[in-house]
Design a protein. Structure first.
Length: 329
């Protein structure tokens, strides 16, 4: 048995009545239900099961909380949270995570492997310049700056760019950074009637704004679009689907993940995808015509928007599905 499985079983069976099933599950009262807003479990609906390669899986058959660990992986935020709910001290969890990192050197997990994507430097559109350094008096540049003002986007929010080239001059260019290098971009039209609204070069598996997810941040807020991510200091999927590579990159932050869906059909899919990943979902009590975090910032301001997102974060699949019925009406 691996040190992770052994430690987890030790705290699972300490002070808790357990029973083994013929299929190998060790059942006990689930600690997750209380923390997820459900009634405390008294029917032993939580269970742990180990496998031959030293991995271990936890599942609650009441609130649906799931997390696992396999050799070659790090301890995820969800797994650490489960250990805390079992009353494992933080120093024990930290030492266990460090031991896992040491043992992972040269170890490959036996199950399906998802590799981290690599991103190559990418040029911005021709004649692109930082808006903060631009001295152009072009009417197109003025329109882009006015668009930024209308959206409450400021020069110190991000390294925004503009290009005088035909086809780009009426667009706000948002570079994609990875480890300080530009690896792509999206260019948003400032004319609401122009199609396509976005011109982009998006690397496969990319998560926007990962460079800004610093150690001191407690959670990471996940949006569909980059402008919403700029408002909240979060990240963006550049769409409503979550690829395996994107999940890996976000989970590697070892932070609580809070997904904020747009209030449309794609947002519905994102809620289910977030639930399947075991992430939190936030659907704040915003007015019904507020479609996304950008709309919320324009009406309520950034501070309240951030507060409302954090307050509405929910991990219970049942509560998120019930909340979604109201959110998307």
């Amino acid at each position: 048995m691996s040190i992770v499985a052994e430690t987890t079983m030790q705290y699972w069976m300490s002070g808790r009545k357990t029973k083994a099933s013929p299929k190998g599950w060790v059942a006990g009262n689930a600690p997750c239900c209380h923390h997820n807003g459900e009634r405390p479990d008294t029917r032993q609906r939580g269970g742990l099961i180990t496998n031959a390669n030293g991995g271990i899986t936890y599942k609650c058959f009441n609130c649906g909380y799931k997390t696992s660990w396999q050799p070659g992986r790090q301890l995820t935020f969800k797994y650490r949270t489960l250990l805390r709910w079992m009353h494992a001290p933080d120093d024990v969890i930290n030492k266990l995570a460090l031991q896992v990192l040491r043992e992972n050197e040269g170890v490959v997990a036996e199950e399906h492997i998802v590799e981290l994507p690599s991103f190559q430097p990418h040029d911005l559109p021709k004649e692109s310049v930082k808006i903060a350094e631009c001295t152009s008096t072009s009417k197109f540049f003025v329109r882009v700056v006015e668009y930024m003002r209308s959206r409450q986007l400021f020069l110190d929010d991000y390294n925004f760019f503009w290009s005088k080239e035909l086809g780009w001059r009426d667009r706000l260019i948002i570079p994609f950074y990875w480890q300080g290098e530009i690896v792509g971009y999206t260019a948003r039209s400032v004319d609401s009637d122009k199609r396509p609204k976005y011109l982009a070069s998006e690397p496969e598996g990319f998560v926007f704004n990962l460079d800004e997810q610093t150690f001191e941040k407690i959670f990471v807020i996940v949006h569909e679009g980059p402008i919403d991510a700029i408002y909240t200091g979060g990240v963006a999927l550049l769409g409503s689907e979550i690829s395996e590579q994107q999940q890996l990159m976000i989970d590697r932050l070892n932070k609580e993940v809070i997904v904020v869906p747009d209030r449309d059909a794609s947002g519905k899919k994102l809620v289910e995808a977030a639930i399947s990943k075991g992430w939190h979902v936030s659907m704040p009590e915003w007015e019904s015509d507020i479609n996304d975090a950008g709309d919320a910032v324009e009406r309520y301001g950034r501070l309240y928007t951030l507060y409302s997102i954090a307050q509405a974060a929910e991990s219970s699949p049942l509560k998120n599905r019930l909340r979604a019925k109201k959110w998307f009406t």
